[in-house]
Every structure is written in structure tokens, then in C-alpha cells.
Ligand binder design. Sequence first.
Ligand code: WT7
Length: 637
Amino acid sequence: MEIRDNLQIKTFAEYKKTYQKSIEEPEAFWKTVAEKFTWTKKWDKVLSADFKKPEVNWFQGATLNITQNCLDRHVKNHPNKNAIIWEPNDPNEESRHITYKQLQVKVCNFANVLKQNGIEKGDRVCIYMPMIPELAIAMLACARIGAIHSIVFAGFSSKAVASRINDSGCKMLITANDYYRGRKSIKLKEICDEALENTPSIETVIVYRRTVNPTSMKEGRDKFWFDELQKAYAECDPVEVEAEHPLFILYTSGSTGKPKGMVHTTGGYMVGTTYTFQNTFQLNEKDIYWCTADIGWITGHSYIIYGPLCAGATTVMFEGVPSYPDFDRFWEIIEKFKITHFYTAPTAIRSLAKQNVKHVEKHNLESLKVLGSVGEPINEEAWHWFNDNVGKTKCPIVDTWWQTETGSIMISPLAGVTATRPTFATLPLPGVQPAIMDDERNEIEFDGKVAEGKLTIKAPWPAIARTIWNNHQRYKETYFSAYPGYYFSGDGAYRDAVGNYRITGRVDDVVIVSGHNLGTAPIENAINEHEKVSESAIVGFPHDVKGNALYAYVILYDHNDATNSLKQEIRDMVSKNIGAIAKPQKIQFVTELPKTRSGKIMRRILRKIAANQTENMGDTSTLLNPDVVEEIQKKKV
Ligand code: WT7
């Protein structure tokens, strides 16, 4: 697969035709796509799946190694093309340019480090690292030998990393001693040390030295990255794995306390991410692509690493934040590397749009051709600001709807090929069959009229997560039970009269804060751990920069404890248990929560209060304690 091959759809008519074919003959369609890749052995059957079981198999019988597609084939065709360009947090530190040939050597070298520390095909390896090239190298090294990586976002707390390590029984932890983020420097190894007190499955810890600061190392367990590399060969043959062999586990929040370890497998994920990358972004040979996500999230997995590298693109990785040293950091980087494709999140756009526009105007952004947005609905104002000030009205904006679970982009314009429409993710990619369900759980067939309801997908696509690690039952209940035979996304959607989709937001207990998918239950659990707290409820409320922020309603054992310092303790508690991104913006102490007779908290009401939408509270007759609503409202913070 290369960037400019004949799979890139070039006109709207071609999109229509391709889409039609992908729906009528999915196996023939995906076979044509899959044939562009390097396989060790071809498949016996393209697709066998049943959403009722649920069970999904793509390219059964085939074997491959994804790094042959990300690295080896490009080393043959264009060894000296940059694979990764890395920009550090501090603009005074040097950027790093890593060619495909160099990346291959680094990956193979590190794959041998994994092997010499006892890692084998199927073993789980936790990677808890900042946005440095070694994160990419570590993940690809796992893939090289068939080990399963589980990347945990470096902003997560020690408890969060420990619970993820334990859930999947990781044998190794790969981390860095310290890292930089804006003005802060974070002692990551110290956080690891706390986690490692409760992670019996970890045998080895590999530590990359991002700084020269002293680092505590446990004899026999902890080893420095560079010391290990010295002992390792630079060549490493790719290990052949089955198409359905797990490539990685990535945890995402759910509506109960425990995060879900979504399992993505190798063959379908490779085909799906690469095909959607090529068609959504429409890169050319010499283009420079930058996605600002963190590799700790699915966006980074699919569209910083696997999709772009399989397509042979140059992908930019940035260690820092948009506001450091100043609010023009993104625009400075676009100018510096002549970025052509810029993929970011609505929350970043909104926060930068609040700054003086001179930050943007100061920089030459003429290289830009395509802009992208992901993570949450992009509001009209942010869309126009992005379009006018960054794209100078010349760059199509691809508003890409997808999820950790979908693995690849599902609904999005194809840049310059299909039309954009502000606030709409527009049309499904080839092979994707969205459906809107009504309140009676029936599909609202497309008949040229507008429709609104719950968003489902009615046929399998190659990059769908295959299960939840160690919990197939939960996978079934969460995604395949609400609408038998359909995958349920958890989102609401509106469809216009020509078939464009607009995502209206989550319909479950997940809140998207600054593009981060946060389950309310784990945050409540963290708050409830405070000895003075008896119960709590978290809801999201609209926030002009973050999209949503968190509002916590907290019941105390003793109402005399209701002080600002306790609010601070609660925030610290959340920070420690989950991470700073989950800290509630507002905390209100209440004496009771509105509950149904069956004891379920009526979040709908709490959401309305938090959002100041109290004119129409809806039906409160099923409440056990209707009086509490007014009391909470009166004391709103
Ligand atoms: C949820 C998935 C996909 C990578 C980043 C988030 C929301 C995502 C859009 C979009 C409206 C969007 C949905 C979805 N979302 N992209 N373009 N327009 N909403 O992955 O953490 O799994 O979150 O993000 O609510 O369900 P995730």
C-alpha cells in the first residue's frame, strides 16, 4: 500500500460507485483493498461475522506482520523518506527526523530488547510514555514480535495505570524517567513506582531517559532503555501472526467503574485504518501530515502511527501543548515543517480561537491543504474560525466521527472529494453502514426525509474492536444488546434529507471533556473513596472551551464538613485516582440526590440543573423524592 495507489477515491461519482459496491459486495470490495498489502499468507475467507453472537473475523486464515507494511515495504521503496518528524515541547530543543530505514532499525533493535527480556508473541506489554519517538518505537517493536501493546496515556494516575496493567496481566512496563509538558516537568518513573507496588505480573521495567535527572531503579527489575539496546542486535525478523491475532488493547471508559480493554486485531485493523487514512485525508507523496492527538488515545494509534505509516506517509509527533511557550505553538509548527494536513480536536480549536488572532496571523500557513477535526461535535463557531483563520477558506475540513471501538474513521467527508457541511460529519466511508434507530428500537430507513435517533452500525467493518479483554459478555451487553444485530455506538445522530449525518452527542453516562471520553462512574467511585463523602453523582455541562466540563453533586455524611477545602480534597482525590483531566470543575454539596423508586440516580435532572436549563425539567413524577430538585436548584454553584 502506498499513498498514491489506485484505491484513492478522486471524485464524488467515484465515491458513490465505490460506496455502493462496498455495501452490495463487501467481501469483494475489501478483498481488492486487502490485496494492496503485504501478507505472508492470504486469507481463506474475507469476512465471517455475526453481530448477534457477537463474533467478527476478517481475513481468516491469513498471516502477516503489520510492521512489514509500516516499515519494510517502504524501506524498499523510499528508505530515506521521513517516517516520523518529532517536535519537542521546548522549541529550543532540536526536532528529530527519522527516516523509514532508521525507524526500521530502531524498531528491530528494540524488538530484540523485548525478546531478551522474555517477551514473546501474545504477551502483554504496558507502554506508559510521553509523546516521544520511543513511544512509537516501543509499540512497533511489540508488533514486530507479536506482543500485544497496551498503551496508557501518560497523564493518567498511578492507580489508573496499575489497574490497566492488572486487568490484562502485562509482563513488562515501558516508560520514561521524566517528561515535559508546557512549563511542567513530570516525574513519570515516580508515578510508575507507586503503581508497581500493586502490579505482580510485571517482571521488567524499561526506562527511557528523557532527562539526565537521577532516577530510582529497582535492581533486577528496572533497566535503562539505552543499556538494553547496547546488548541487542539490530536485525529482527517479523513474527508471522494470524490476521485475528490481537495487535493491542486500549482502555476506554464505560458506564460502570471499570474501564473496558478494547481488543483490536491485526489484519482488519491494518486494512481499515490505512484505507480510511488515505481516503479521508487524500495525501500526496510529499505531503507532511500532523495529527495533534496523544498516542495514548485511539486517534494516535490509528492516525499518528498505523494508518500513516502503513500508507508510507510522513507523520509529525509533537511532545508539547498548544499554549507553550505561547498560544502560537501550533501555527509555528505548521510553518516550521510546512504541514499540509492538520488534524486536531474541537477543544483545541476553541481554546486557540479565544486568543488574539495575531497568534495565527504571525505565521505563514500557506502549506496547509486539508484540516481535520475529531473527538466531539465541532460547533458552528469553532468550525468557521478554523476554516477562516487557519484554512483561509481554502482547506476542506474533515469532521471525522469514530470511536475507540470502531478503530477507524466511520463518517467523514473525503477531503476535496465529497462536500463538507459545518457541524456535520457528513457521509459514511465505503464499507460503513450507519443506521438511525427510533424510540421503538426500529431502524428509520433512509427515504429522503430527515431523521433523528440513536446511531448504530448495521454491518461489520474491518477495524471494529473484536472483544473486551477477558470480558466478551460485557462487549456483547454494551454494544450488541440494545439493538440485536446492530452495533450500538452510544451516540445520538441527526440525518438530513440527503443523507448527511450530524452527531448530536452521547446518550449514555459518558461525558466528553476536551475530547477525552470520561465515564462518570469511575469518577464517582473516586470521590466516594473520601471518608467524608457518602455518595456522589457526576454529570457533564456545556463549556465553551472544553465542550463539556464536569459538575459533581456530593452528599456528605456530615453537612458541617461542606467547605472549600473539602472541595479541593475531592478534586485531588480524582486527580490521584484517575488523572487531572477528570477533575470536576464545579462541586455542589447536596443532602440528597434525585432518585427513581428503583434507586437509580436521575441524571437527566442533574444535567439540566448543571446546564441552567431548568424551565422544563421533564417528568419528575417517577422520583422518590421530587422536593429535592428545587433544593438542589436553589443552591446551584
Ligand atoms: C466518542 C468516542 C475517535 C477518536 C477520538 C474519541 C465522540 C468522536 C466525533 C465527531 C462528534 C465525535 C462521540 C464518540 N466523537 N468524534 N467528529 N463528531 N462526536 O474516541 O474516546 O472513543 O470517543 O467521541 O461521542 O462516541 P473515544
